[in-house]
Design a binder for this molecule. Structure first.
Ligand SMILES: N[C@@H](CCC(=O)N[C@@H](CS)C(=O)NCC(=O)O)C(=O)O
Length: 312
């Protein structure tokens, strides 16, 4: 398979970005790394995303993949290297990851804040107003710490059970995959830093630390730094790739190819992205946008966790 240029827009402390960096490691890929700010403004990313503000974003020429739930299947489809869905049915892996991330994301942030205290004021303001819609200061989250700890610990116990067979180094068996990464990055959010051992004690992580070390050792593949300006040029000079899917089955009235639509996350950072509908099936939505800096681009979103609506 010829290797398309894979560009990841991300920042170092982002757990969802770590999920994708490790996927590059599993697949042994070369990739271009565009480091972005941990909070907006991100003026050199906006032309590519049309307002989608979460991180990471994968760019393959003029195709932009928003959300890790669409990035991982895209990597598997487009890039060489071992499958991210070896050992387990892909649907099981996707469903378990989605459910786990949804159930524990705020609780995991609460656990982290318990051990690390407050971030800077502008960070707290941004996360409250434009991302999580809650106050993630230590003072606001601390009363919920026992509930948050308990919620995460219940999932950790299931994870420990799933990994209890010593002949099973990864969740899918001998080979690492997307499900390992879905669990790992949330634990990484909480453990990353000098307080790791305290987190281990609080959550009962001891039994799964050998697995955690194995996932860490997968590494990040081979990144090369790319400037955001060069990424915009790559998009401008490329055409969106032909897509293999069309609008399929049983959809709401008005969802036809070419129709103006919005695509909006249904959990955090609920900012609608406008475009014209290119394709939609049970797993993915693709919309087309025109931008003066980058020309025509296709944005790809997962169905799970996003709402698509025709614009009246
Ligand atoms: N469901 C999304 C969640 C992404 C997400 O919440 N990412 C965090 C960073 S790890 C984020 O966007 N935080 C706000 C920001 O960086 O602007 C995915 O799988 O990509």
């Amino acid at each position: 398979m010829s290797q398309p240029a894979l560009v990841l827009h991300h920042y170092g402390s982002s757990p969802y970005s770590e999920k994708i960096r490790l996927a590059f490691g599993i697949k042994g890929l070369d990739w271009a790394s565009v480091e972005i700010a941990a909070l907006p403004p991100r003026p050199l990313l906006d032309p590519l995303t049309g307002g989608y503000r979460r991180v990471p974003v994968l760019q393959v020429g003029a195709d932009i993949y928003c959300d890790t739930n669409v990035i991982l299947p895209a990597l598997d489809r487009l890039a060489s290297g071992p499958s991210l869905y070896a050992g387990l049915p892909a649907g099981l892996s996707k469903a378990a990851t989605f459910g786990f991330e949804r159930d524990v994301w705020l609780a995991a942030i609460g656990v982290r804040v318990h051990f690390t205290g407050d971030g800077p004021a502008d960070f707290l303001r941004d996360r409250k107003e434009d991302y999580l819609y809650i106050d993630m200061s230590h003072a606001a989250m601390e009363p919920d710490y026992p509930r948050h700890r308990q919620r995460v610990a219940a999932h950790v116990a299931w994870l420990a059970d799933a990994l209890s067979d010593p002949g099973r180094p990864f969740l899918g068996g001998d080979r690492p995959g997307a499900l390992d990464l879905g669990y790992f990055h949330v634990l990484w959010l909480m453990r990353n830093g000098p307080h790791a051992e305290a987190v281990d004690r609080a959550l009962g992580l001891e039994p799964i630390l050998p697995w955690y070390a194995r996932v860490t050792a997968l590494g990040h593949g081979r990144p090369t730094a790319l400037s955001p300006e060069a990424a915009l040029t790559l998009a401008r000079d490329a055409e969106p790739a032909p897509i293999e899917m069309r609008v399929a089955g049983m959809e709401a009235p008005g969802l036809a190819v070419g129709r103006a639509v919005t695509v909006t996350p249904d959990d955090f950072a609920r900012i609608p992205v406008r475009g014209s509908l290119v394709a939609l099936d049970a797993e993915r939505i693709v919309i087309r946008r025109e931008d003066e800096k980058v020309g025509t681009i296709h944005l790809h979103f997962p169905r799970a966790g996003f709402e698509v609506a025709a614009i009246a």
